[in-house]
Design a protein around this ligand. Structure first.
Ligand code: SF4
Length: 328
């Protein structure tokens, strides 16, 4: 077993799956999210964020934090003991709830209560998993939970990064485990979607490059139904990829990076000639979402819809609806 801690700073030439997926879905959305300057004179290319974070994101982050504490609590001296502490997980939720950007106190109270109830239900149901499923610890005894992995993709200095929720041992094989929260009606669809999911392929590829000798056997997706009432709260499946599929993913990733590098070059060249932001963006970062009618994200309209529909002279005013994106 060669698993060792890998800690790599983000930023620079590092990129994640969602970063490129956004560019492939709609170049303009990528430009708005990661590159658009807030005004004509701004040198920085920080991109834009909405002032409000979608509620499912906030609730999902809180649940993830609780689950991380839950699984960590069972790991002692480099071994998963199966004795997880759900009270500790709930205490973690209470500790960080005030750091979240809630819309109102009422929303906060409702969602925190829901997250704690979910953690309690999860603990009841999941206690049947041990010892079949165990959290893997590295050679220093640290559980491999929320750890960043990174590997050069093979084009320029670009480094693909991913942060799997955790690495588990399942019936003697190593797997990545990813937790997703979902409404009960979408849960089965989320599990089915892993067959095509590029994030899953990227995670497997990265981890296999990092640990070529270890028996990594796919990504288990752990979908937890939010607000479920009857039956099982958790549904799971394991996605596997062949070497050919992973190589195809790597080459497609390089193609996307090259197109993105070209688009940035084109935008900057037009800007250097004195062209304003909007026409330069129109040429370099087309509005593919509108063309393919997929201007949606997270089951709601794309946050940049008003910008895309507006005439150029309205855009400076509409930009007030956004703040500069902070590096994460
Ligand atoms: S509204 Fe549509 S075209 Fe505009 S950025 Fe969003 S997805 Fe792209």
């Amino acid at each position: 077993m060669t698993l060792v801690p890998v800690r790599i700073p983000s930023g620079g030439d590092h990129f994640s799956s969602s970063y490129l997926q956004l560019y492939d879905a709609c170049p303009r959305k990528w430009f708005n999210r990661y590159y658009r300057p807030k005004d004509e004179d701004e040198e920085e290319r920080t991109g834009l964020d909405t002032h409000e974070t979608p509620l499912p994101f906030i609730t999902g982050s809180l649940f993830h934090e609780g689950l991380e504490t839950y699984y960590r609590s069972g790991c002692k001296k480099g071994k998963d003991t199966g004795k997880y502490d759900v009270v500790k997980a709930m205490a973690r939720v209470d500790k960080i709830k005030d750091e979240m950007p809630w819309y109102s106190d009422e929303t906060k109270d409702q969602e925190v209560a829901l997250v704690k109830k979910m953690l309690g239900q999860y603990a009841m149901e999941q206690c049947q998993d041990f010892p079949e499923i165990q959290v893997k610890c590295d050679s220093t005894g640290d559980p491999i939970i929320e750890r960043q992995f990174a590997h050069k993709i093979g084009y320029s200095d670009h480094i693909f990064t991913c942060i799997p929720d955790m690495i588990i041992e399942h019936n003697g094989f190593l797997k990545v485990m990813e937790h997703k929260t979902s409404s009960p009606s979408f849960a089965a669809g989320r599990v089915r979607s892993i067959g095509m999911d590029a994030q899953i392929t990227g995670e497997l590829w990265t981890i296999m490059q990092e640990f070529p000798g270890d028996p990594i056997d796919g990504v288990m997706i752990n979908v937890i139904k939010k607000g479920h009432k009857t039956g099982r709260m958790v549904i799971r499946d394991t996605a596997k990829r062949t070497e050919i599929q992973m190589e195809r993913w790597r080459l497609a990733t390089i193609d996307s990076l090259k197109r993105l590098d070209d688009a940035i070059d084109r935008f900057e060249t037009f800007r250097d000639t004195g062209m304003e932001i909007e026409p330069a963006a129109d040429i370099a970062f087309p509005l593919l979402g509108i063309r393919t009618n997929t201007c949606y994200a997270y089951f709601k309209e794309c946050e940049f819809m008003d910008l895309c529909k507006a005439p150029p002279d309205r855009i400076p005013t509409l930009l007030n609806l956004f703040k500069k994106r902070e590096a994460r």
